[in-house]
Design a protein around this ligand. Structure first.
Ligand code: NAP
Ligand code: F7E
Length: 359
């Protein structure tokens, strides 16, 4: 039987690297899109590249192709060469606050990039099954509209969210208009040790460890009261794969159904490194204090506020549970603990500080 071929955009990112791992383990031939960068950024997939070619007879099943979501020609020519059975579009400028700084670029890569990929697929690979990485940032986060499911109305609050809304809707239009197999995975926040350092879970975990080890005095944060539904990234990629194994394409919410504030996240991360965090003051003057020493270890820095905030996210993934037989396994506490453990191991081998400058 012919080996299945998958094309993954965003393969160097958190999700792309876990998905590549999953598909290689399932026997796929995996093709990933990479951008040309002047500093090497393949740390998430290096282990996969090193796994192959160990013996002269080793079959090479992981291939990288240069291209960019803003360069439709590159997408067309890769698809023409690879003719994949499955396409996973994970590439995006994925930082919500940064999308306020670079709204045009975010729209080109996260909205028009989706259209380019769909058009390229329609022209040269119309039978490929396509997964579009949609997001809980499509929702307003209004507390009266939780938990959010596939029928909750979309009202994004950021340039990122609205670019992703275009991506989700154009994906649906290609499904309905051309009969293509296209799914939107409406994934709520999912994290791991491979999460970018300027997303809040990884930033808090790194910050707590650095404070504990005396490498940093305090951790600057933004909005402590926003709530997120955080799951474990590899499990969410299993759901993405399952979406493309169904008879008919559809859209699915993937979430845990548990929601926690940034404040709770900070308390837990500090607790896991042996510090009891208490809070003093209000608003921008609020600070997190080490109960044992009275030292300020968390501050509020308006740099990390967003012009618009999605306040309350909590997903209802009952459809995925019913149709895909998918359910989350890792709880919030287990997730933060595994991130702390991975970071501690990393710190043992590296002496550098985290770069908590932007976002
Ligand atoms: P990530 O770690 O930020 O990875 C993004 C990937 O996209 C990287 O490989 C990046 O390449 C690539 N990329 C960015 N702009 C590109 C462009 N113009 N052309 C080609 N590649 C480009 O994101 P993630 O957390 O893995 O998320 C994967 C996808 O799911 C994204 O679309 C994100 O918006 C969406 N999503 C994420 C979450 C979440 O909680 N993680 C939730 C819902 C949806 P470089 O390495 O070269 O920068
Ligand atoms: O922020 C608050 C911030 O940047 C979470 C992306 O993967 O998930 C991610 O988007 C919350 C927000 O993720 C800091 O205001 C407080 O309310 O970790 P984040 P995000 O914006 O939810 C969705 C589903 C995606 O699709 C995106 O691609 O935490 N927050 N203080 C902070 N956030 C950051 N980054 N840094 C802080 O210092």
């Amino acid at each position: 039987m012919e080996r299945k071929r998958a094309f993954i955009t965003g393969v160097t990112g958190q999700d792309g690297s876990y998905l590549a791992e999953l598909l290689l383990a399932k026997g796929y031939e995996v093709h990933g899109l990479v951008r040309r960068t002047s500093t090497f950024n393949r740390h998430n997939i290096e282990h996969l590249l090193h796994l192959q070619g160990l013996t002269p007879t080793d079959e090479k099943r992981f291939h990288l192709h240069y291209g960019d979501m803003t360069d439709m020609h590159s997408l067309l020519s890769i698809l023409q060469k690879v003719v994949p059975h499955e396409i996973y579009n994970l590439a995006a400028q994925s930082h919500v606050r940064v999308s306020f700084d670079i709204p045009f670029y975010t729209a080109f890569s996260d909205a028009i990039g989706v259209l380019s990929l769909l058009e390229a697929a329609r022209i040269v690979s119309p039978n490929a099954k396509i997964y579009q990485a949609s997001t809980s940032e499509l929702y307003s986060g209004d507390k009266r509209e939780t938990p959010q499911n596939e029928n909750t109305h979309f009202r994004p609050r950021s340039p990122y969210g609205v670019a992703k809304l275009y991506g989700a809707e154009i994906a649906r239009i290609y499904r309905e208009g051309y009969g293509m197999y296209v799914c939107n995975g409406i994934l709520f926040n999912h994290e791991s040790p491979r999460r970018g350092e300027n997303f809040v879970t990884r930033k808090v975990v790194m910050g707590a460890i650095e404070v504990k080890q005396g490498r940093r005095e305090f951790l600057p944060l933004g909005n402590l009261d926003a709530r997120r539904d955080w799951g474990y990234a590899p499990e969410y990629m299993e759901a993405a794969w399952k979406m493309l194994q169904q008879k008919k394409p559809d859209d699915y919410v993937i979430a845990t159904g548990e929601t926690h504030s940034i404040r709770e996240l900070a308390e837990l991360a500090f607790h896991l490194v042996g510090i009891t965090l208490t809070w003093k003051g209000r608003g921008r003057q609020e600070r997190g204090v080490d109960a044992a020493t009275g030292k300020t270890i968390v501050t509020i820095d308006p740099l990390y506020f967003r012009p618009n905030e999605v306040e309350h996210l909590c997903g209802d993934a009952r459809k995925a549970r019913r149709v895909l037989k998918w359910r989350p396994k890792t709880t919030f506490k287990e997730l933060i603990r595994l991130m702390v453990d991975a970071e501690l191991e990393h710190f043992e081998h590296h002496t550098s500080h985290s770069s908590m400058v932007l976002s």
